[in-house]
Design a protein. Sequence first.
Lengths: 172, 172
Amino acid sequence: MTGWRCRRLAALLVDRAEGTAAAAAGAELDQHLTTCADCRERLAALRELPPRLRALAVPERDEAFWRAQRQSILRASRRLAPAERPWAWRPLWRGVAAAVAAAAVLVLVRQAPVPSGSTAILEDADLIELDEIWLGGPALLASPSLDGMEGSADGTTELDDQELIRLEEMIG
Amino acid sequence: MDDFELVQGALAGREEDFEALVERHQRALYAFAFRLLGGDAAAADEVVQAAFVRCYAHLRGFRREASFRTWLFQIALNQCRAARRRRPEVPLDDVPEAQLAVEPAEVGWHRRIEALVGRLPGRQRAVLSLRLFGDLPFRDVARAEGISENNAKVSYHHAIAKLRRWLKEGDS
C-alpha cells in the first residue's frame, strides 16, 4: 500500500472486489484506480485469490467419522447437562473465588524461582489451561461489540463445574 | 427447525435438538478449523469437539443478536487460538524472505496456500478464515474479532495482499 489514499480506500477495494461497494464511493475509487497500479493489482488479487482459497481441499470424511464425532460430543455434553443446571442462579462468589485462586496460582508459579534440575509445579500446558480458564481465551468478549452475548463461551467469570474441578486438581 | 429453535429445544433438555445442531454445523466447523490450523486434521477434530461442548455448556448465554453459526465460529476460533498457542508457529513476517521463496517445487498449490495462510499474523489469519472458510459476512467477522467492520476489511485486504506477494515471490 503506497499512499494515504490507498490506505483510506483499502476497505472500499474489498467492497468493490465483492461487488458490494456503494455507488457514491465508487467514483473516487474509480479515479484512484486509473492512477494507482498497486491498487489495481490488489483489486485483481482480491477477486482472484478468494475463490481459489475457498477451494482448498479438506480431507473427505465418511459418515462414520461424523457420527463418531457427534457421539463423542454428546457424551461429553451429557456430563455437563446445562439444561438441568440453574446457570442463572449460580452464586457469583464461586466464579470470583475460582478466578482469584487461578490468578494467585499464576502469580506464585511465575514468580517463584525454580531450582535448577527440578520440575516446575505446573507444566506449560497447565499454565496455558489456567490462562484459558482465567482469561477465557483471547479477550474477545471484552469488546463492546459483543454486547448481548454475555455469558457466552468465553465468559471471564463463568466457570463451569468441570473447569472448577480441573482448577482444583491443578491447584492440588 | 431453525438454529434458534434447536437451541431452545436443547435447553429444554432435548438432546436430539442439540445433536441436530451439531450435525448441521460440524462439517463447516471442521473445514474451518482444518484450514485455520494449517491442515492439522487431528487438531481440527479436537477443536470441533471442544467448541461444541463449550457451546453446549454456555448455551443459556446465547442471544439472538448474532446467528448461532457466528457464535459457534467465535468459540471455535478461540479454541483454534488455544490450540495454536500450545503449538506456536513462527509468523511468516519473522521468516527471512529468501527462505519463503524456497518452497519445495513438489508441494502442491493447496499445501502451499495452507502453509501460507497458517503463517499469516493472527488477526489477519482469523479474519481471512472467518470470511472465506467460515463464510461469515464482514459484520459478523468484525463482531467475532471485536473490531470494526472497516478494520475487518482492511485486515482481510492485507491478508490477501500478503498471500499474493508471497505467492509471487515463491514463483519468481
